[in-house]
Design a protein around this ligand. Sequence first.
Ligand code: ADP
Ligand code: ADP
Length: 216
Amino acid sequence: MLIEKVYFAVDMSQSIVLFGPPGAGKGTQADAIVEATGKPQVSTGDMLRAALAAGTSLGLEAKKYMEAGELVPDDVIIDLIEERMQQDDAGDGVLFDGFPRTITQAEALAKIAEVSLVISIDVPDNAIVERIVGRRMDPETGDIYHVTFKPAPAEISGRLIQRKDDNEEAVRTRLTAYHNQTSPLAIWYAEKGLLATVNGNQAMDDVGAEISAVLN
Ligand code: ADP
Ligand code: ADP
């Protein structure tokens, strides 16, 4: 009981995990958490896409999994995180976005960094497909838009891109991977007393307000 209480405290030198299904709004909410905590965002999805764009062997290995909507093998992801956590800006903890996604990754993470809080953004499956298929990205700023829920300003709409895996078929595979391999982690972290769940099925600002309440 006492140990659980110690873990509950949000220590500024520890890391935070942003958790949820694909399209839950993790990337959308990350900026405000980065601003509030000063911790850099570490998104394995962004790192894999950067590796792919740079044509590295890691990127090429990850490509087939990503495009199909399957999880990239744990050893590839864990190597990526181990390397990232050695950089100077990770010393006071980071905001993990989209990592860990399996129990194996969470166990590896526990040896690399201390997690003080897991914010789970809860969104039902029936809202996910529309969010993912309508998602658009600004390749210049990385900003995330949605054709219906967050239309981009007219002056940048011409340069928006759609991720290759943001199609209905890959989303269904991603949701299956989430339920089979990732969602058990919520229980794993809840048992450690680290899980805070917010309702992600409401307006973006309201999700943000719930997250700030958790952080404060
Ligand atoms: P989303 O935010 O839509 O869930 P991400 O950008 O986080 O998507 O991830 C895109 C793809 O990259 C995933 O479908 C998966 O193939 C791969 N990926 C990202 N993070 C991980 C991870 N922690 N473990 C395994 N695969 C990952
Ligand atoms: P994730 O990083 O969890 O995959 P994103 O933050 O990229 O999710 O959001 C997925 C899509 O859903 C984006 O197009 C985004 O604009 C939109 N979105 C995010 N949060 C909400 C929300 N609360 N209501 C409606 N649409 C949302």
